[in-house]
Design a protein around this ligand. Structure first.
Ligand code: HAM
Length: 415
């Protein structure tokens, strides 16, 4: 027997009907991005490995464990992008965008790859909708980025979600705090697993993100970075919170939001939902002013976020209007098929979604198919109708039937 191939672990085919939810999210996101004057950017899925090592940070879980990296045929180490930010920064530096367009807002949609242990809401190929705003150090940029995400979730009628927000200060002001945190955590080292012990040495901030049950109470009582902010960072933080208050965006200050990527400074945030189980964050982002310089660009500011599509889809109400009411065009008799086919073309040209049986089928079989495709209406063209230049419209929900002139059909369908 010929071997059947399976989709790789942690990867999925996206098919109907679920894909309709993806399309709705993408369409709504595009509209919102347009309203906030964002432009789309599409970067390659493959980049040099070094870009992510430098951009995301060598000691992060993403870089140290999760990257799909390999040598290409030219012996160069390349990596399937695990996130979008580093690639977008590389691209804007390459385009010299900082000179031409000192402030720019970009969005992207597409697959990302992380070799993680798959579970509900955690995949190896997952998809993000993300955006990056360059050139503004103002708190208004942080507020607006959060507002974009929040508006999208509200438009999609997502219920039961929280915005968790923190300030990570600037790298300089973090140094003293990290020493204090290390001192506080050291006596509890024996409760930590191997990964947390390593983090304690290299990047103690990340221990705050630990899910280890035994550490939770200790971490809740840990010294807080918010108490160690410089005057400027404090003002920035207060401005962000005031802006959110003014826009009516609810938030929860969570001093344990540290994010899994190294580039963040000042504002860091996550959108979470208890409906998602353990992988509760369905979007995350923050400010990352230093990254542009770190990747060879000029000194500049940036803020952005990314939404995990798979997780957002899980939160979408099944009853949300999926913006599709296909119509089935049925014909009774082979001699009518060509006329019906021509009418199909005309209706599609008028922007209607039409199902049509390419293979010869009885009228009964076509009606069955219409039901299967979830069509709202069936148009029936038979010998009689053809003679009169008319067509029968059957409403599949009510069962009601009426005969109309083909010339009136367009008006009837758009009612
Ligand atoms: P991140 O928090 O690593 O941030 O990812 C953003 C979102 O992607 C997460 O909140 C989650 O919903 C989704 N996600 C991450 N990993 C997986 C996975 N293995 N399976 C399914 N979903 C996943 C970033 O990637 C930053 N680049 C966001 C950003 C943009 N910060 C500034 N600009």
């Amino acid at each position: 027997m010929t071997k059947k191939y399976q989709v790789l672990t942690g990867m999925h085919d996206l098919t109907d009907p679920e894909i309709k939810k993806w399309q709705l999210i993408e369409k709504t996101a595009r509209e919102i991005f347009r309203n906030y004057s964002y432009e789309e950017i599409r970067t390659p899925l493959l980049e040099s490995t070094e870009l992510f090592v430098r951009g995301i940070g060598e000691d992060t879980g993403v870089v140290s464990k999760e990257m799909y990296s390999f040598l290409d045929k030219g012996e160069d180490s390349v990596t399937l992008r695990p996130e979008g930010t580093a690639s977008v920064v590389r691209s804007v530096i390459n385009q010299n965008l900082f000179r031409h367009k000192p402030q720019s807002k970009l969005f992207y949609m597409g697959p990302m790859f992380r070799y993680e242990r798959p579970q509900k809401g955690r995949l190896r190929q997952f998809h993000q909708i993300g955006c990056e705003v360059f050139g503004s150090s103002s708190a208004y940029a942080d507020i607006e980025a959060i507002a974009v995400a929040d508006q999208l979730f509200k438009k999609l009628k997502i219920k039961n979600y929280q915005l968790k927000i923190n300030s990570l200060g600037l790298i300089e002001e973090r140094k003293k705090y990290l020493e204090e945190l290390k001192k506080y955590l050291k006596p509890h080292q024996d409760l930590m697993d191997e990964d947390d012990q390593k983090r304690l040495l290299k990047n103690p901030l990340r221990v705050l993100d630990s899910k280890n049950e035994k550490l939770q109470e200790i971490l809740n009582q840990a010294p807080k970075l918010l108490d160690h902010l410089s005057e400027d960072s404090k003002i920035h933080w207060q401005e962000v919170l005031k802006g959110l208050d003014e826009l009516g965006i609810k938030y929860e200050i969570d001093t344990r939001i540290v994010r899994g990527l190294d580039y963040y400074v000042r504002t860091a945030f996550e959108f979470t939902s208890n409906d998602l189980g353990s992988q509760s964050a369905f979007a995350g982002g923050g400010r990352y002013d230093g990254l542009i310089e770190e990747l060879g660009g000029p000194k500049s500011s940036a803020v952005g976020f990314a939404i995990g599509m798979e997780r957002l889809v899980m939160l979408l109400d099944d009853n949300l209007s999926l913006d599709s009411s296909p119509i089935y065009l049925a014909y009774s008799g082979d001699s009518i098929k060509l006329e019906a086919f021509k009418l199909c073309q005309k209706l599609r040209d008028q922007n209607h979604e039409i199902h049509f049986s390419l293979d010869d089928k009885s009228l009964k079989a076509q009606l069955k198919q219409a039901d299967k495709f979830g069509c709202s209406k069936v148009l029936i063209l038979g010998e009689q109708e053809l003679q009169k230049d008319s067509i029968t419209i059957k409403d599949l929900k009510t069962g009601k039937q009426e005969e109309v002139l083909v010339s009136d059909l367009e008006d009837k369908l758009t009612l």
